[in-house]
Ligand binder design. Structure first.
Ligand SMILES: [Cu+2]
Length: 299
């Protein structure tokens, strides 16, 4: 009962997606992979709790029950016990093997990108992300939202009221369908970045010249935020990720709208001009929405 009482707040604070203030436990996430990680973590946690209760309980009992004031006399002949040594070697080995089996099978499943229904290519840039919906002809760049950028460059210390998602918002979100096996191919244009959305349950390096794979199948519609997780230069902290998971039908509508937007040549330059102007990137290679072919699609 004591254990359950101790663990109750830990369980109560397990969140689906974005971490909450004072959240203690890891989040459950919204994909099969994140649920697997969560259940492996909980299994290990409960084993640790059981070991802790047994070991500290035995210590407390021994100290209290056999205290000097009650006339306890130390057993000076007890040097070692082969039986005990075997026992405290075998039990941890068994526990480790017990934990390794589910962990390994879940890890293997995590890397199995077969039978995916669509593919998104993710490219890391200093300092933004580019998403290509392969086979659809739709691509977009995703960079820190203007409001966060203004606050960070103003020098003031921002409070939660200034911006609810300070440094965690982008101009163009990655729209994905729910209940769809989505394969990601992940790479980078300049230096190593890492694409990480905690609610999806994994993190994958984006390395120039290498294409890494990952997949997801999002169970719940929602907004899931993440960040670049590899120190990639001075603006490493300013290239967040926002995934918007929507039902399949809504995704198809969005995709059609994107295609229509790209197909309208007269409207494109007018819309696209302001985007690169505010960025003032160090290199001239900052991709904007209508220049993807020149940048990184060659691979
Ligand atoms: Cu980065």
């Amino acid at each position: 009962m004591g254990v359950a009482a101790m663990a109750a707040p830990v369980l109560a604070f397990a969140q689906d997606a974005d971490p909450a203030r004072w959240q203690l436990n890891m989040g459950r996430g919204v994909t099969a992979q994140s649920m697997n990680a969560y259940s492996a973590h909980m299994m290990a946690l409960w084993i640790c709790v059981a070991i802790g209760v047994l070991v500290f309980g035995a210590m407390a009992y021994a100290m209290f029950k056999f205290r000097k004031s009650k006339g306890a006399v130390p057993d000076k002949d007890f040097v070692h016990s082969t039986k005990l040594e075997i026992l405290w070697t075998v039990i941890p080995v068994v526990l480790l093997v017990l934990m390794a089996f589910p962990a390994t099978s879940k890890l293997i499943a995590m890397y199995d990108t077969r039978d995916s229904q669509m593919t998104v290519k993710v490219t890391g840039f200093q300092w933004m992300w580019k998403y290509d919906y392969l086979g659809e002809g739709v691509s977009l760049t995703s960079r820190l939202d203007r409001k966060s950028d203004q606050i960070r460059q103003s020098g003031v210390t921002p409070s939660a009221t200034d911006h609810e998602h300070y440094l965690l918002d982008v101009d163009n979100v990655l729209v994905l369908p729910t209940n769809t096996k989505i394969r990601f191919v992940i790479t980078a244009d300049d230096v190593i970045h890492a694409w990480w959305v905690p609610a999806l349950g994994w993190k994958q390096d984006a390395i120039p010249g290498i294409v890494n794979e990952a997949w997801t199948d999002i169970a719940k519609p929602g907004i899931y935020r993440g960040q670049c997780a590899e120190l990639c230069g001075k603006d490493h902290g300013f290239m967040p990720i926002v995934v918007k998971a929507v039902p399949k039908a809504e995704y198809q509508q969005w995709l059609a709208a994107q295609k229509a937007k790209d197909a309208a040549p007269a409207a494109a330059p007018v819309e696209a001009t302001p985007a690169p102007a505010d960025a003032a990137p160090a290199e001239g290679s900052a991709p904007n929405t209508d220049a993807p072919a020149a940048v990184a699609v060659a691979g």
